[in-house]
Write a protein that binds this ligand. Structure first.
Ligand SMILES: C[S@@+](CC[C@H](N)C(=O)[O-])C[C@H]1O[C@@H](n2cnc3c(N)ncnc32)[C@H](O)[C@@H]1O
Length: 233
């Protein structure tokens, strides 16, 4: 029976990918590229393109980025039918996802539908964006008895204040959702020089920022992650 592989491709640098992921990319018949809208421009595909066989088929499937749970579920269900049809034809499928598949990924929306169809699934972990960011700036995420919180930033920065109080170290993902308000909260709570933001980590357009004012004045890219610490970074 053909198999479905959820493949973590790392955060951006094509060398930050596991050997297992590369071997699987070279083995599968079809690569599925999730996209938020139909533009055929995929960061994940750009990372893995050099590893694919010449005749690998590429299928783009849309997974809308919305808080409308019904829309998310019905699209995931629809996409799982496309996948099942290919599996039934005997095609091995690789679903590529940035970073690790189990961290804030469309893969997570798809999994229950694949499981309910009895599809054989193997998840191949990837290097998360926040591990890559910490490595890039040589700043530890946590050590000894320290705690680490991970916050996907929402519009209005829901939970940010509390998580700053509750954790020794914080990873803030999706900071573009409300970067100006986030900067205000960080400053008000004394974190102006206790954070680093890395955008497009591991790519040619990578940017590293320690300046709180830039978070207010400039547009923060969607592919950005902050590390916030109790001590000066
Ligand atoms: C949908 S989540 C994907 C997370 C991914 N599965 C992971 O394991 O890191 C998208 C968020 O991941 C982070 N991210 C992904 N790639 C990144 C990169 N190259 N540089 C900085 N942050 C990145 C950003 O916070 C972005 O808003």
């Amino acid at each position: 029976m053909a198999k479905f592989y959820g493949i973590g491709v790392g955060p951006g640098d094509p060398e930050l990918i596991t050997i297992k992921a590369v071997k699987t990319l070279q083995y599968v018949d079809i690569i599925i590229c999730p996209e938020a809208k139909k533009d055929k421009d995929s960061i994940a595909l750009n990372i893995v393109r050099q590893y694919l066989k010449e005749n690998t088929e590429i299928i783009f499937l849309t997974f809308p980025m919305t808080h409308d749970k019904e829309a998310v579920t019905s699209k995931a269900l629809e996409n799982s039918v496309v996948i099942k049809n290919e599996i039934d034809k005997g095609k091995n499928i690789g679903f590529i996802t940035i970073g690790d598949p189990m961290v804030f990924s469309t893969y997570i929306n798809l999994l229950p539908h694949l499981k309910s169809k009895g599809i054989q699934i193997e998840t191949i972990p990837g290097i998360t964006s926040f591990c890559a960011v910490a490595g890039r700036v040589n700043i530890p995420l946590c050590t000894k008895e320290e705690t680490l919180g991970i916050l996907p930033l929402m519009k209005d920065c829901f939970s940010l204040d509390k998580m700053l109080d509750d954790y020794d170290n914080l990873v803030i993902m999706k900071p573009s959702h409300d970067s100006a308000k986030m900067a205000d909260i960080l400053e008000a709570k004394g974190y102006s020089n206790k954070f680093v933001l890395v955008s497009k980590c591991g790519t040619e357009e990578e940017e590293i920022c320690y300046d709180i004012d830039r978070l207010r004045k400039e547009k923060v890219h969607y592919l950005s992650t902050l590390i916030v610490k109790q001590s000066k970074v």
